[in-house]
Design a protein around this ligand. Structure first.
Ligand code: SAM
Length: 284
């Protein structure tokens, strides 16, 4: 297959054997969007009464990055959206077009359910919308306007594979590329090892115009996460130095790296990350 490596065998006859990318992809067949949302996007991890909850920290990083004034343009692309929307709740105010992407149809379906607003969503995003409104200095009740804005600017929800040199269908983007990429917990979750993580950073960089920004969120030191009852997805553990080196190797200039250390009570047993990183970078 495309994702197989030719290895020399006894007698010099090459044999085909699936490499790590293919086995990571196979693990995703059990991904349960509802369970994943429950593990990661409800309290204690998403508790907006607490500034030190994981989601509070992530939304604050994204708010800051999108409102500093240097990130702008027409098109924002979210890489590996999964079943989640929090990562574009600040960006949707800056960009007139937002493209959501994911590897799995079940996740794209979850996003379409929210977009169509006809019920059937696995998670109520209202607390997230309210919290981002608060960060923007708006009254919490403005969340309905933010939801309407988000539904208005999402132009499509399309398949992606960051392990391919061309991750999107050839006609998914304008030829100039995206003005900004945001990606949360995707690359380390889609890569079997550090080399694949670095390659994936390069692949997604090809979707971005020169001078465009990358806002990257990821887990630190994570070897697995649970994505459903008994669904354990192996991931590549990365540290801050490795993220910086991979960015440099893949043609990005680092603007800022922020690190969050997971407090003991946010360790809910569904992954083994010690922290979360937030990167603001620019494509050279
Ligand atoms: N962005 C969401 C978030 O912040 O919670 C979801 C992150 S989830 C840990 C990892 C996501 O990567 C899943 O939605 C999965 O479908 C996606 N994924 C797995 N393999 C991928 C690949 N080869 N290319 C792109 N996305 C992939």
């Amino acid at each position: 297959t495309r994702q197989s490596q030719k290895l020399p065998a006894f007698g010099g006859v090459p044999i085909s054997c699936p490499n790590g990318v293919a086995s990571t992809a196979a693990c995703y067949q059990g991904f349960d969007p509802a369970a994943y949302l429950q593990y990661n996007y409800t309290p204690p991890r998403a508790d907006f009464q607490r500034k030190d909850s994981i989601s509070s920290w992530e939304l604050a990083c994204l708010h800051r990055a999108f409102t500093e004034g240097d990130v702008s343009g027409e098109l924002l692309v979210d890489i590996g959206s999964g079943p989640t929307l929090y990562q574009v709740m600040s960006g949707c105010e800056v960009f007139n077009k937002v493209l959501l992407t994911d590897f799995l149809e079940v996740n794209r379906q979850e996003l379409r359910s929210w977009l169509q607003d006809e019920g059937g969503c696995s998670l109520d995003w209202t607390p997230f919308l309210q919290h981002v409104c608060k960060l923007e200095g708006r009254r919490p009740s403005a969340w309905t306007e933010k939801a309407a804005r988000l539904r208005q600017v999402i132009v499509d929800i399309v398949p992606i594979d960051v392990n391919r040199p061309q991750p999107l269908a050839h006609d998914a983007l304008p030829s100039a590329g995206a003005d900004c990429l945001v990606s949360a917990f995707c690359l380390e979750s889609a890569s079997p090892d550090l080399a694949a993580f670095t390659r994936a950073l390069g692949h997604i960089g090809r979707l971005l115009r020169p001078g465009g920004h990358l806002l990257l969120i990821g887990a630190l030191g994570m070897t697995y996460y649970m994505a459903g009852d008994g669904v354990k997805i192996p991931t590549v553990p990365v540290n801050e130095a490795q993220v910086c080196a991979s960015l440099k190797e893949s043609g990005y200039t680092l603007i800022r790296l922020e690190v969050y250390t997971v407090p003991q009570d946010m360790n809910v047993g569904t992954d083994d990350a010690y922290g979360v990183f937030f990167v603001k970078a620019m494509k050279e």
